[in-house]
Design a protein around this ligand. Structure first.
Ligand code: MSP
Length: 507
């Protein structure tokens, strides 16, 4: 069997410009995708936009545009963001793709034929913002929570999917799979939500009210909307039913707001009803906050990622979001935090280590990495070459604790910088009697840089390639373990040291 890894992000609503939260999810997914490639796996990675629905239709109207023209423009902004962030998706998904639309219709027809979908007059409360019917059970202290926006009374016929009959099955499935959802407490939240009886899911909108959707194959007066359209992207773009099929996904990466009910309840039940396999794992991340409140388009407090990517570069952005956010929790964004990480972790730690190590090889050894006597290696020298860091990094990455993985890699960078201070090569260079020791110290520093260029690949790919170019190694990504334990650079003439992260005053 082929060694593959299939991961997805949520697909973003195409009703505005991308914000910080969208950029984060893509950076998290991309770091995992690159890591999985470094294990030699063939990675299939989907990200994209969710282009139908009422909000999109309304935004297009406000802009005096046809919905298709509107989503073409909005989606171009998301594609551009992916390019600017060096995201390595295999396919950028768009739900207006005719292949997807046909696939959704076939899935709906199959469910309809099986008797899983029925028509019923429905009267109830409708949340305009969430584009769904809500019930009084959703109220908190007799009020509709903020997330529902305006809630109106509404009566109309609609098609319903028999969600409720799968409630017990889903509970059992969750009990059987303790590791299905990361972090684990999110699984308990779904189990908790299943304490209440499930109601069948309304999957249609009359065309009189919403035209911007996928027409129901069994009733042309209706379109399907939101979840039946969006969730199916994970399968419709995975060559399902062909020899190149990738489904089921190894990992769905989503934010905590779309776990319950969409991904944690609707999606597994839809798959079960369709007779398709379930995704192997969910990684549920938290939110970027702005002064304690979730950044979102609707509250207008979202931060535009582009100016930060333009000023500091995509590597800085990717590093910052993956290092600063503990996966699964929330994190408050401030400019100061980003600047702090830039200065301390990237400029002073990584940039400075690489720059001074390579510069010293030029200054003291004409750019040639010196050889040394293994018998002269002390415990402190050996510690710098320890394999512990790659093992720890790999363990964290396997558990999707990317912030921990980065912390471990950066502890190697900090140790190497301390090693420079303690050994003070500039002092050793003053007396030729120290030549063997200076050789050993310089060789160990170059070896640390070489290993780091492999360890930081998934998070800061451009910098990793630049380091390898300075070391006269191929700049392409390498296999993690093979490269890490690869040949040292003894005897190699290095390229000149370049600045990886310039001073803030200079950018
Ligand atoms: N279109 C749906 C998802 C359909 S998936 C089949 C949607 N779109 S969204 O644009 O609102 O959100 C897309 C992703 O961005 C979600 O995973 C969401 O959790 C994430 N984020 C949106 N705001 C966020 C933050 N403030 N912080 C981190 N991520 C958050 O939901």
């Amino acid at each position: 069997m082929k060694n593959t890894f299939f991961l997805t992000t949520a697909i973003d609503y195409a009703n505005g410009r991308p914000h910080f939260g969208h950029a984060y999810e893509k950076c998290l997914a991309d770091m995992i995708a690159r890591y999985q490639r470094s294990l030699g796996k063939e990675v299939f990675f989907l990200t994209g936009t969710d282009e139908h629905g009422q909000k999109v239709q309304q935004s297009a109207q406000k802009n005096n545009q046809e919905p298709q023209q509107y989503v073409d423009e909005v989606t171009a902004g998301f594609v551009d963001l992916c390019q600017k962030l060096q995201i390595t998706e295999s396919k950028f998904v768009r739900t207006t793709d005719p292949v997807h639309k046909k696939f959704v219709q076939e899935a709906l027809q199959a469910l309809y034929n099986k008797g899983e979908i029925y028509l019923q007059e429905h009267e109830g409360f409708y949340s305009v913002r969430q584009e769904q019917f809500v019930t009084e059970k959703d109220q908190v202290d007799g009020q509709w929570p903020e997330i529902f926006g305006e809630v109106v009374r509404m009566k109309e016929p609609n098609y319903f999917f028999k969600l409720s009959q799968y409630q017990e099955w889903l509970k059992e499935e969750l009990q059987k799979n303790p590791n299905w959802i990361y972090p684990a407490f999110r699984r308990n939240e779904i189990i908790g939500a299943l304490e209440k009886p499930l109601e069948d899911l309304c999957i249609s909108r009359p065309k009189a009210r919403l035209t911007w959707g996928i027409e129901l194959p069994f009733d042309s007066n209706f379109v399907t909307y939101v979840w039946f359209d969006a969730l199916i992207n994970y399968v419709s773009f995975a060559n399902f039913g062909t020899a190149e099929n990738r489904w089921p996904a190894d990992l769905h990466i989503i934010g905590k707001d779309i776990l319950i009910p969409a991904h944690g309840v609707y999606w597994p039940i839809m798959l079960k009803a369709l007779g398709w396999p379930l995704p192997k794992k969910y990684l549920v991340h938290g939110w970027w906050l702005n002064r304690g409140a979730k950044m979102s388009k609707s509250t207008g407090n979202s931060v535009d990622p582009l100016p930060y990517i333009e000023k500091f570069g995509s590597d800085t952005f990717r590093y910052f979001v993956n290092r600063e956010m503990s996966v699964g929790q929330d994190s408050d964004f401030t400019d100061e935090k980003l600047i702090q990480r830039y200065k301390s972790d990237l400029m002073n730690d990584l940039g400075n280590l690489v720059n001074r190590s390579i510069s010293m090889v030029h200054r003291y050894r004409q750019g040639v990495v010196p050889d040394y006597q293994e018998s002269e290696v002390t415990e402190v020298d050996a510690a710098l070459r320890s394999n512990q860091v790659v093992e720890e990094y790999q363990k964290s990455m396997e558990e999707y604790q990317v912030h921990m993985g980065l912390q471990q890699v950066w502890s190697l960078i900090q140790s190497a910088n301390q090693y420079v201070e303690v050994n003070a090569p500039w002092k050793l260079a003053k007396d030729p009697v120290n030549d063997p020791r200076l050789n050993l110290v310089l060789a160990h520093l170059v070896e640390s840089c070489r290993r780091l260029s492999i360890l930081v690949e998934a998070v800061v790919p451009q910098s990793a390639a630049k380091i390898r170019t300075m070391l006269k190694l191929p700049s392409e990504p390498m296999l993690l373990k093979e490269a890490y334990f690869g040949k040292s650079l003894t005897g190699q003439t290095l390229g000149l040291a370049e600045i990886l992260f310039p001073r803030i005053e200079d950018i």
